[in-house]
Design a protein around this ligand. Structure first.
Ligand code: PRT
Ligand code: ZN
Length: 220
């Protein structure tokens, strides 16, 4: 059973690049969000709904497990977190949080296509998405997992290339790296639990999904 005490739960990023837009979206969908007495949970006063505010990395698992019924997360995080078990289902793309996971190299590397990375080390926070891409390209490279500051890896000789999210390109430029290949295109998505909410909340969940869909298409 997915929810606690007859309330739907929506998982949103607590702070970070998706946090404000996620709150705006649910507010635009008609949910009156009020801060509860703790930072982790915001309550919705006009519906039996709570917002669970967490690290974005935790959102796919919470939704897959039915701890939350809905969630808003970057497709990149969802994709990287996929495993052989049950995964959260994508309801719709939300049109914000757009970014691209790209391979980038320093100009000193003689780059003529993905095959140039054969036998090289590539730093990334997205080892699974990168591995799948490299396998598709038939490239055998070593992946160095870094949780942050991936863009400094070539300068520190930790890796020959990087695979990182890019939005404006300013970070790559500041670090003297050239974007080469697009590995994955991402934006924020609405996800839902495969198990569904408790029956009494099923109708509410569908109507919230419909309202969010209406907001997103009006912004389209
Ligand atoms: O604390 P928590 O774990 O929740 O947050 P986080 O630090 O893991 O994520 P956060 O808030 O940085 O990003 C949340 C989501 O925003 C990501 O998972 C993406 O779906 C999306 N997003 C959109 C981005 C970017 N744009 C982005 N530019 N995430 C990260 N970046 C970083 C990128 O890694 C690089 O360091 O910004 C830098 C590049 O930006 P530009 O503009 O210089 O190209
Ligand atoms: Zn994160």
């Amino acid at each position: 059973m997915s929810t606690v005490q007859g309330r739907l739960r929506i998982a949103v990023q607590k702070s970070g690049r998706l946090a404000d837009r996620s709150l705006d979206l649910v507010r635009d969908a008609g949910l009156r969000v009020i801060k509860g007495n703790n930072d982790l949970l915001y309550r919705v006063e006009n519906y039996p709904i709570d917002l669970l505010r967490v690290r974005d990395d935790d959102i796919p698992t919470f939704v897959a497990d039915g701890v939350c019924d809905l969630g808003i997360v970057g497709e990149n995080v969802l994709e990287e977190g996929k495993n052989g078990g049950t995964n959260a289902e994508v309801v719709m793309p939300l049109g914000f949080g757009r970014c691209t996971l790209k391979l980038a190299v320093p100009p000193t590397l003689d780059y003529a296509g993905p095959a140039s990375l054969d036998g090289k080390r590539i730093a990334t926070s997205y080892p699974r998405i990168l591995r799948r891409y490299l396998d598709q390209q038939g490239v055998a490279a070593d992946i160095v997992v870094m949780r942050g500051a991936v863009e400094v890896a070539p300068r520190l000789k930790l890796a020959s290339a990087i695979c990182d999210l890019v939005s404006t390109g300013a970070t790559l430029e500041a670090n003297g790296l050239d974007a080469k290949e697009t590995v994955f295109e991402s934006q924020a998505v609405l996800i839902r639990s495969p198990s569904g909410p408790e029956p009494a909340l099923a109708h509410l969940l569908e109507s919230i999904v419909e309202r969010i869909s209406g907001v997103v298409s009006s912004q389209g």
